[in-house]
Ligand binder design. Structure first.
Ligand SMILES: O=c1nc[nH]c2c1ncn2[C@H]1C[C@H](O)[C@@H](COP(=O)(O)OP(=O)(O)OP(=O)(O)O)O1
Ligand SMILES: [Mg+2]
Length: 198
């Protein structure tokens, strides 16, 4: 379908690069878009899919390489699916710690039974900037929002995300374990199938 020895990852998030490269293995080298540009495109879409495609096209245009983008976020049931596509910007761009503090505050006094949440990941792969048929794969990961942060691994909302099937927070999972079961792992498994990678 395309020469996939090199792909540019349309992300400025080092945590995503680490996880996606680990999942892809050595057969595909992921190069960060940061090698080509420090300018982050505005995520103007109304869906994970639109933002993933927008980021992938932008990276392909800048790099001249096929591009993979990951648009992801946390959808909290009690908040009607917020922060969702706005997860990275939830606390107005003040970063992960501020996002987590704002989420804990929004769920103050909300009982466990109402703290359900899903991580969402959409991967978009374009062969070139104007590709009329991007490959799209999604993954969901169900869990619950904790009452306080726990764990040191991962990034973003991981310290607040309780993983029922393991009885730990996702920041308490080893990187290898998270990469087996996360929303990103599920989306990547589908992408590997679509690309015929083992
Ligand atoms: O496995 C995860 N564990 C914890 N948190 C996560 C995860 N996956 C996404 N998230 C959070 C981080 C950020 O608040 C938002 C993604 O926002 P999103 O725009 O897709 O990524 P980003 O701005 O960090 O980097 P970029 O757009 O350059 O790929 O969801
Ligand atoms: Mg972003």
């Amino acid at each position: 379908m395309m020469n996939l020895t090199q792909l540019v990852l349309a992300s400025h998030n080092a945590g995503k690069l680490k996880e996606l490269q680990a999942m892809l293995g050595e057969s595909v080298q992921l190069r960060s878009i940061g090698e080509f540009s420090q300018v982050e495109p505005e995520e103007t879409g109304l869906s994970f899919v639109e933002n993933a495609i927008l980021k992938a096209r932008n990276a392909a245009r800048i790099s001249g390489l096929p591009a993979l983008a990951d648009d992801s976020g946390l959808a909290v049931d009690f908040l009607g699916g917020a922060p969702g596509i706005y997860s990275a910007r939830y606390a107005d761009g003040k970063g992960d710690a501020a996002n987590n503090a704002k989420l804990l505050d929004a769920l103050k006094d909300v009982p466990d039974a109402e703290r359900g949440a899903q991580f969402v990941c959409v991967l978009a792969l374009v062969r070139h900037a104007d590709d009329p048929l991007p490959i799209l794969c999604e993954g969901l990961w169900h869990g619950r929002i904790l009452h306080a942060a726990s764990g040191e691994h991962g990034f973003g909302y991981d310290p607040l995300f309780w993983v029922p099937e393991r009885n730990v927070s996702s920041a308490e999972l080893s990187p290898a374990d998270k990469n087996q079961i996360s929303h990103r792992a599920r989306a990547m498994a589908l992408l590997r199938q679509r690309l015929g990678l083992k």
